[in-house]
Design a protein around this ligand. Structure first.
Ligand SMILES: O=P(O)(O)OC[C@H]1O[C@@H](O)[C@H](O)[C@@H](O)[C@@H]1O
Length: 371
C-alpha cells in the first residue's frame, strides 16, 4: 500500500464529495432495525424491501459475476452455494481468500472494497477507492486455521486477556456463518453489507459454558467501514464477557505515527506488567511511539484518530465499546513492527454482564481523512 496517495486522491476526493470535514462527519444514525429482536435472529437488517427471512432475493444465479463449472459439487458451505444464496451483483460476492479460505467481498460503487474472511470473522482488507489498503496483515499470518489470522480486524471474544482462556478468546479462530447480505440501504448510494454469526458449539462450551449468538455486520458506506457487533445471551443463565476489534492498521512508519484523542487520560500499562498493569497517565497531546506500547484506555473518547505518518489519518468512532487499546510490539516483531499500529475498540476493562435474552450492541465507524 502507498498511503501517501490517499492525500492526493481517494480520501480527499471522496470526503470532499461527501461534504466531510476533518476528521469525520457526525455519526449518522445507524438503521434503527439493528436493535430489533427480529434482526437479532438473522433477518436481513439492512434490506427492508425484502421479505423477512429472504436474505438474498436480489441475487440471481444467472447474473452472478463468478461462473462455476456445472460439474462442481455444490455443498452448502461452498462458495458457489454462498454466491447463489447471498451474492448481490456488483456489491457482494463470495471469493476465495488466501490459501483458499472463503471470503466475502464488498464493493461500493465509489470503488472502495472490503474483504471479510469467514474464518475468524476477520475483515482482512479495506481498500479506499484508489485501491490503497488501510489494514495490515503481518507477514507471519497463517491461513491454515492452525492459529488466528494475525492481521486485519480479528475479534477478541469472550475474553480480551490475559485470562483463563486462550489469548483473546475463541471468536477469531472459528468459522462464522453468513446470516444475511444487503446493498440497498439507500438505492442512490448502495451500501454493501454482510452480517455473519457465531454461535456456541461443543468447542466453545468446553472453554466457556454459555449459550450465545454473536452477530457482526460489516458495511461499506462509501469509503468508510462500519461495523455492528451484537451479543445475545440465548441461554438461561447470565454471563460476562469482554469484546474487542483487534484492528491492525498500516502506517508509513510507527516512528512517524501518532494517536490523537487520548491525551491526559489514565491508562493501564501492559508493557510494564501484562498481568497486573499499573495505572499511568498520558501527558496532554498526541501519543507518539519510541518503544513498545500496550496501553488500555478505559472510557476513552468515542472518537480517536491514528495518524499514519504522512498527514493522512484514520478516524475511529465507537459506541458500546467504551475502551481503546493501543499496541505496538516494537522490536519483539523486528520484521514488521514499523509497518503497523493496532488501535483497538474494546469493552475490556469492565466486562459486560448479560442476562438471558438480553443483547449488547457496539458499533464502530472507520474513515480515512487528510490533515
Ligand atoms: O494475538 P495477536 O494478534 O498477536 O496480538 C497480541 C497483542 O494483542 C493486543 O491486543 C494486546 O494488547 C497485547 O497485549 C497482545 O500482545
Amino acid at each position: 500500500m502507498n498511503l501517501s496517495r490517499l492525500i492526493l486522491f481517494g480520501a480527499v476526493s471522496y470526503l470532499q464529495g461527501k461534504g466531510c470535514k476533518k476528521p469525520l462527519c457526525p455519526i449518522p444514525v445507524m438503521p434503527a432495525v439493528m436493535s430489533s429482536a427480529r434482526v437479532a435472529r438473522g433477518a436481513s437488517a439492512r434490506a427492508p424491501a425484502r421479505a423477512p427471512g429472504r436474505q438474498s432475493s436480489r441475487c440471481s444465479p444467472l447474473s452472478r459475476s463468478r461462473v462455476y463449472a456445472s460439474s462442481e459439487t455444490v455443498t452448502d458451505d461452498s462458495l458457489a452455494a454462498l454466491n447463489i444464496k447471498y451474492a448481490i451483483p456488483g456489491s457482494v460476492e463470495f471469493v476465495e481468500g488466501r490459501e483458499g479460505l472463503p471470503a466475502v467481498k464488498l464493493t461500493h460503487a465509489c470503488g472502495a472494497s472490503a474483504e471479510v474472511y469467514l474464518f475468524g470473522g476477520c475483515v482482512m482488507s479495506w481498500k479506499q477507492a484508489t485501491g490503497d489498503e488501510v489494514l495490515y496483515v503481518r507477514p507471519d499470518a497463517k491461513f491454515d486455521k492452525s492459529k488466528p489470522i494475525s492481521g486485519g480486524m480479528p475479534h477478541c471474544f469472550p475474553q480480551f486477556g490475559p485470562g483463563e482462556m486462550q489469548q483473546h478468546g475463541f471468536a477469531r479462530n472459528l468459522d462464522w456463518e453468513v446470516s444475511s447480505t444487503s446493498a440497498d440501504v439507500n438505492p442512490d448510494d448502495k451500501d454493501p453489507c454482510v452480517e455473519i454469526t457465531l454461535r456456541d458449539n461443543e468447542y466453545t462450551r468446553a472453554m466457556w459454558d454459555h449459550a450465545f449468538e454473536l452477530h457482526y455486520s460489516i458495511t461499506l458506506h462509501g469509503e468508510e467501514l462500519q461495523t455492528e457487533y451484537r451479543v445475545i445471551n440465548t441461554g438461561d443463565k447470565p454471563f460476562s464477557f469482554q469484546a474487542a476489534l483487534h484492528s491492525y492498521f498500516e502506517v508509513v512508519n510507527i516512528k512517524l505515527a501518532a494517536v490523537e484523542g487520548l491525551g491526559g487520560m489514565k491508562y493501564l500499562d501492559k508493557v510494564a506488567d501484562a498481568e497486573n498493569p499499573p495505572t499511568k497517565e498520558m501527558p496532554n497531546g498526541t501519543l507518539t511511539f519510541a518503544g513498545p506500547v500496550d496501553s488500555v484506555f478505559e472510557n476513552s473518547p468515542s472518537e480517536v484518530s491514528l495518524l499514519v505518518g504522512n498527514g493522512a489519518g484514520i478516524a475511529l468512532q465507537q459506541t458500546g465499546f467504551t475502551d481503546t487499546i493501543v499496541w505496538t510490539p516494537w522490536e519483539d516483531m523486528p520484521d514488521c513492527y514499523e509497518s503497523f499500529c493496532c488501535v483497538e475498540n474494546a469493552k475490556a476493562v469492565k466486562p459486560v454482564t448479560l442476562d438471558p435474552n438480553d443483547t449488547w450492541n457496539a458499533t464502530t465507524r472507520f474513515a480515512v481523512y487528510t490533515a
